[in-house]
Write a protein that binds this ligand. Structure first.
Ligand SMILES: [Zn+2]
Length: 309
């Protein structure tokens, strides 16, 4: 199998990858690995402070509109920056704390620690409540794990006058197969790579007359097709495929269009596209998915050998 990032990608956390010399089941295995096998960090345990405190003559109570369980779930879904090169250990199998009792487990090699301490508006303040955001989490571990700028405005809860929220949150490595919070990618799909062929320029005018544009702003017209009346540029073909829905069945234009442009499958070539949640770059997620798959297949070979003896 050969893999190559399509030109112009990634865009932020989105990517298109061209895969060749492969088949649909292999591409689907990568899709599944991205969803459920690529390890990433997510908050897995939260310790809430509970009680009543007095600061500056004000009585504050550890309550807010959301139950702790809901808040813990919201914290879990915040994308936590994940760096595979840091080689963090999985919490359950960490060699340093494997022999400790459950309550004492957790060390700098298997978890990342955050704290949050926020109070509602002062008694004489104009506003009635304040919003607590993901960005209010303070990293106690290395600052590299600070919640990223793009995620800092994720709202968690609100606090009214006389309320406070204090907690410690522990992020650990996990896989999407155990919980969605550990799944780094979303919107994963793949399609056969196609080449567009212009069969009849005159009838294709049914489409060209609609003045549609490609996603990079070029007119969808006969000029897009070169001298050989073909398009094989991946982004342009995908734009054209979308545009063809305007002249497809049910549009009332399909009879005039009469398959003036057709798509031909390129055998063994696929386009894989997805977004990551921002916890890691889409390239990192892909490389990790490939690592997971090759590890699994090595194990599988071993198992088959054992079984056949
Ligand atoms: Zn540990």
């Amino acid at each position: 199998m050969k893999a190559e990032v399509v030109s112009g990608w990634p865009k932020n956390n989105s990517i298109r990858i061209s895969l060749s010399e492969t088949d649909a089941s292999q591409v689907n295995a990568i899709r599944r690995a991205l969803i459920s096998d690529v390890p990433k960090l997510a908050i897995n345990r939260v310790n809430f402070s509970q009680g009543v405190v007095e600061t500056n003559g004000e009585i504050l109570e550890s309550v807010n509109v959301l139950p702790d369980e809901v808040l813990a779930h919201r914290l879990a879904m915040i994308p936590i920056p994940t760096f595979p090169e840091e080689k963090l250990a999985f919490f359950e199998t960490c060699s340093i704390c494997i022999d400790l009792v459950e309550s004492e487990k957790g060390c700098p090699t298997c978890q990342v620690l955050y704290s949050l301490n926020i109070q509602g508006p002062a008694a004489d303040a104009e506003e009635e409540h304040i919003t607590v955001y993901a960005g209010d989490l303070t990293t106690i571990s290395d600052p590299m794990f600070d919640v990223r700028e793009e995620h800092r405005k994720i709202p968690l809860t609100i606090l009214s006058k006389g309320q406070y929220l204090e907690l410690y949150a522990f992020a650990t490595l996990g896989r999407g197969s155990s919980h969605q919070k550990w799944s780094p990618a979303a919107g994963i799909g793949f399609t056969v790579r196609r080449v567009a062929k212009l069969n009849n320029a005159k009838k294709a005018d049914t489409l060209f007359a609609l003045n549609l544009k490609t996603s990079d702003g070029r007119d969808i017209d006969a000029k897009l097709f070169g001298k050989d009346k073909k398009i094989d540029d991946i982004n342009t073909v995908l734009d054209l495929e979308r545009a063809l829905h305007q002249v497809g069945p049910g549009t009332g234009r399909d009879a005039d269009f009469a398959n003036a442009i057709t798509m031909e499958d390129m055998e063994g070539s696929y386009i894989l596209s997805y977004d990551t949640d921002g916890s890691m770059s889409p390239e990192t997620a892909f490389n990790l998915a490939m690592e997971e798959l090759s590890d699994r297949f090595i194990n599988l070979n071993g198992e088959i050998k054992t079984a056949l003896k």
